[in-house]
Design a protein around this ligand. Structure first.
Ligand code: WT7
Length: 653
C-alpha cells in the first residue's frame, strides 16, 4: 500500500499517549453522556441495526411511515422505502409550531461586514417564495437545478426550495471554473441555474455570472438562470433566459406546501473527484440522508437550542450540505454563516466573528488550523473566545501538533475536539468522538459512531490486527450512503464495491491502535487531498494535456505542511517546445481555467520522458518519491527505461 505518511503515522501512534477525557460538567449535560452510554448505544445498534436506525428516523416528520427500514440489494440500498417525507418540511415547517418560529435559523455575515439574520419563520417564507419561483419556470419533481453561488443565505434558500418541491439540486463550488461548471451541468442535465453576479473573496469580486455566461453557451438543457444581486457589479443579462432573484420573488406568493416525496427521492447530486478524469456525481436521497445528518449533528456537535454553531465549510462541499444546511436546520439550530476569507481584512476575522456572535461550536479544517498557527497566536489573543464550548475538524488527518494548538490556543484547554472522518459518499459523519463520552487523542478520529460498521482489511478481505495498516471499509449499509453515481451504476459498483468483496471501499488507508481508535492515513488511490479538498490526479493531468504544448503529464501529491498535499506535475512537452517559467505560469493558468484555481499545480517539472512500466503505465509511485524526497528508494524492477529516473533527478538541480 502506498501511503505517503505511513511512517509518520506509525511514529505518531508510538508517541501519542495523551488522552483527553470529557470534563464531568460537559459529560453531564451532553446528549450522549459518558463512555458507558456510548458503548450501550453501540451494542444496541450492533444487535439490531435496523431497529436502531428506525428509532432515529422516527425523530423526523414523516407524512407516511415507511414499509421497510432497509432493502439491501447489494450494492443498491433503499432506506425507509414506502415512507413519504420532505427535507424542507423537516428543516423549517416543523419548527414553526413551537417557540423556535422566532429563533434565528441563519445569522449571516458578508465579507464586507454586512449582516442579516433570518428566523425560522423568515427563512420558511423565503424558501416558499423561491420554490414558487422555481415552479413558475416549470421546474418539476425530479428536475435538476444547478446552484453556483456565494456563501449568502440565498444558497441555503435555493437548496431548501429545491428540496421542498422535489427538484434535485447540484451545488457547484464557486471556485470551479466555467468549464468545470459546464461539464457538471451537462452531466446532470440541469434545467435551471441559480447564481449571483459575484461573490466577495479577500476584498475582490469573484465573477460568478461571467463564468455562468461562458458555461451556458454549451449547456443545451438549461432554459433559465436566476441571478442574485450580491456585489452590484455590471453583468450581462440575457433576455428570456436570465432573471433577477429579487424581481422574481415579487411575482409569486409565499404559499407552497412541501411535497410529500418518497424516502428514496433524489435530494442532491454532488460532484467529487475520482481516479479518472471525469468527476463522479454522488447521488444522495431523502429519508436516510436526513436521518443520519440530523442524528450526527445532534450527537457529534452535542447541539442544543442555546448554541450558536459555526461550520466554516463552503456550502459547495458536502460538509456545507450536511453540516451548514440540512443537519443543523433539522435540529432547529442557530447556524452562523460567513461569506469570505479567514484573513480579510486581517488574519483575525474568524476570532472576531466568534467573539461578536458568541459562537459556541466551531467546526473547521486542519488546513485552516495550520494557517492560523502560521499567522500567529496574537491574532487569536485579541478576542474573547470564552463562548466556545466545542471544536471540530474535518477533511484530512489532523497532525497532533495542530490538534494541540487548537485545543490550547482556541479551546483554552476547555473544549473537547471532535475529529470527524467521513466522505462526500457517506453523506454524514462516520467515525468521530462524541464530545461528552469519548476520551480523545490528538490525531485520531477515534471510533465509528453507533450503527456504523467499519473495518480495516487487506485487499483480500482479511481484517488486520492492532496497529497494522490496511484499507478502510464499511461492512454494512448506512442510511446516508450514496445510492449511486449519477447515470453510472456500473462505475458505482466498480469504484466502491468491487475492490474488496462484500464491503464498501472508502479509498483511505487506516490502522487501529490498542484502544480501537482509528488513524486515517490518507488516500490509497490516485486522489490527493489538497487543503481538505479532494482532487483527482487524472483530472489535472487531462487539463494539462489539453494544452497545446503538452505531450504527456503525470500529477502526484507531495506532503506539504500547510495544505496536507501539494500538487506536483511532471510534464513532457510536444516536439521542439522547451520548458521555461513562462510556460509554467501558462500551464498553471490553463489548469485554473479548465478546473479552477484550487487545482493549480504548486510545482511543474519538465522532463523528456516519464518513468513507465513495460506495459506503458506511468509509475506514479516513483514520481511521488521524487517529488517528496528527490530520490527513489522503492522497487524499480518493472521500470522500462532506467535513464529516465536519472534525468528526472538531475533536472531538479
Ligand atoms: C476524504 C473525503 C467529508 C467532508 C470533507 C471531505 C479525508 C475526511 C477526515 C478526517 C482524516 C479525513 C479522507 C476521506 N478525510 N475527514 N477527519 N481525518 N481524513 O470530503 O472531499 O469527500 O473527501 O477526506 O481521505 O476519504 P471529501
Amino acid at each position: 500500500m502506498t501511503v505517503n505518511s505511513e511512517s509518520h503515522a506509525i511514529e505518531s501512534i508510538l508517541h501519542e499517549s495523551r488522552l483527553f477525557p470529557p470534563t464531568p460538567e460537559f459529560a453531564a449535560a451532553a446528549h450522549v453522556s459518558g463512555e458507558a452510554e456510548l458503548d450501550r448505544l453501540r451494542a444496541e445498534a450492533e444487535a439490531d441495526p435496523e431497529a436502531f436506525w428506525a428509532d432515529k428516523a422516527a425523530h423526523l416528520h414523516w407524512f407516511k411511515p415507511w414499509d421497510r427500514v432497509l432493502d439491501w440489494n447489494p450494492p443498491f440500498a433503499k432506506w425507509f422505502d414506502g415512507g413519504k417525507i420532505n427535507v424542507s418540511y423537516n428543516c423549517l415547517d416543523r419548527h414553526l409550531g413551537s417557540w423556535r418560529r422566532n429563533k434565528a435559523a441563519i445569522i449571516w455575515e458578508g465579507e464586507p461586514g454586512d449582516t442579516r439574520t433570518l428566523t425560522y419563520q423568515q427563512l420558511h417564507r423565503e424558501v416558499c417564495l423561491f420554490a414558487n419561483v422555481l415552479k413558475k419556470f416549470d421546474v418539476k419533481v425530479g428536475d435538476r437545478v444547478a446552484i453556483y453561488m456565494p456563501m449568502t443565505p440565498e444558497i441555503a434558500i435555493a437548496m431548501l426550495a429545491c428540496a421542498r418541491i422535489g427538484a434535485t439540486h447540484s451545488v457547484i463550488f464557486g471556485g470551479f471554473s466555467a468549464e468545470a461548471l459546464r461539464d457538471r451541468i451537462n452531466d446532470a442535465g440541469c434545467k435551471l441555474v441559480v447564481t449571483a453576479d459575484g461573490a466577495w473573496r479577500r476584498g475582490t469580486e469573484v465573477k460568478l455570472k461571467a463564468a455562468v455566461d461562458d458555461a451556458l453557451t454549451q449547456t443545451p438543457s438549461v432554459t433559465t438562470c436566476i441571478v442574485v444581486n450580491r456585489t452590484g457589479s455590471q453583468i450581462h443579462m440575457q433576455p428570456g433566459r436570465d432573471h433577477w432573484w429579487h424581481e422574481m420573488m415579487e411575482t409569486v406568493n409565499d404559499d407552497c406546501p412541501a411535497s410529500e416525496l418518497d424516502s428514496e427521492h433524489p435530494l442532491f447530486i454532488l460532484y467529487t473527484s475520482g481516479t479518472t478524469g471525469k468527476p463522479k456525481g454522488i447521488l444522495h436521497t431523502t429519508g436516510g440522508y436526513l436521518t443520519q445528518a440530523a442524528l450526527t449533528t445532534k450527537w457529534v456537535f452535542d447541539m442544543k437550542d442555546e448554541d450558536v454553531y459555526w461550520c466554516t465549510a463552503d456550502v459547495g462541499w458536502v460538509t456545507g450540505h450536511s453540516y451548514v444546511v440540512y443537519g443543523p436546520l433539522a435540529n432547529g439550530a442557530t447556524v452562523l454563516m460567513y461569506e469570505g476569507a479567514p484573513n480579510f481584512p486581517e488574519p483575525d476575522r474568524f476570532w472576531q466573528i466568534i467573539d461578536k456572535y458568541k459562537v459556541t461550536i466551531f467546526y473547521t479544517a486542519p488546513t485552516a488550523i495550520r494557517a492560523f498557527i502560521r499567522w500567529g497566536e496574537r491574532w487569536v489573543l485579541k478576542h474573547d473566545l470564552r463562548s466556545l464550548r466545542l471544536l471540530g475538524t474535518v477533511g484530512e488527518p489532523i497532525n497532533p501538533e495542530a490538534w494541540m494548538w487548537y485545543h490550547q490556543v482556541i479551546g483554552k484547554g476547555r473544549c473537547p475536539i471532535v475529529d470527524t472522518w467521513w466522505q462526500t459518499e457517506t453523506g454524514g459523519i462516520m467515525i468521530s468522538p462524541l464530545p461528552g463520552a469519548t476520551p480523545t487523542k490528538p490525531g485520531t478520529a477515534t471510533k465509528p459512531l453507533p450503527g456504523i460498521d467499519i473495518d480495516i482489511q487487506t485487499r483480500d478481505g482479511r481484517s488486520v490486527g492492532v496497529n497494522e495498516g490496511g484499507y478502510l471499509v464499511i461492512k454494512r449499509p448506512w442510511p446516508g450512503m450514496l445510492r449511486t453515481i449519477w447515470g453510472d451504476d456500473e462505475r458505482f459498483r466498480k469504484q466502491y464495491w468491487d475492490e474488496i468483496e462484500g464491503v464498501y471501499f472508502a479509498g483511505d488507508g487506516a490502522r487501529r491502535d490498542e484502544l480501537g481508535y482509528h488513524w486515517i492515513m490518507g488516500r490509497v488511490d490516485d486522489v490527493i487531498n489538497v487543503s481538505g479538498h479532494r482532487l483527482g490526479t487524472a483530472e489535472i493531468e487531462s487539463a494539462l494535456v489539453s494544452h497545446e504544448a503538452v505531450a504527456e503529464a503525470a500529477v502526484v501529491g507531495r506532503p506539504d505542511e500547510m495544505k496536507g498535499s501539494a500538487i506536483v506535475a511532471f510534464v513532457s512537452l510536444e516536439g521542439s517546445r522547451t520548458g521555461n517559467d513562462e510556460l509554467k505560469a501558462a500551464l498553471r493558468e490553463h489548469v485554473a481555467k479548465e478546473i479552477g484555481a484550487l487545482a493549480k499545480p504548486d510545482d511543474i517539472r519538465f522532463s523528456d520522458a516519464l518513468p513507465k512500466t513495460r506495459s506503458g503505465k506511468i509509475m506514479r509511485r516513483l514520481l511521488r518519491e521524487i517529488a517528496a524526497s528527490g530520490v527513489v528508494m522503492g522497487d524499480v524492477s518493472t521500470l522500462e527505461d532506467f535513464s529516465v529516473l536519472e534525468k528526472l533527478r538531475t533536472d531538479e538541480e
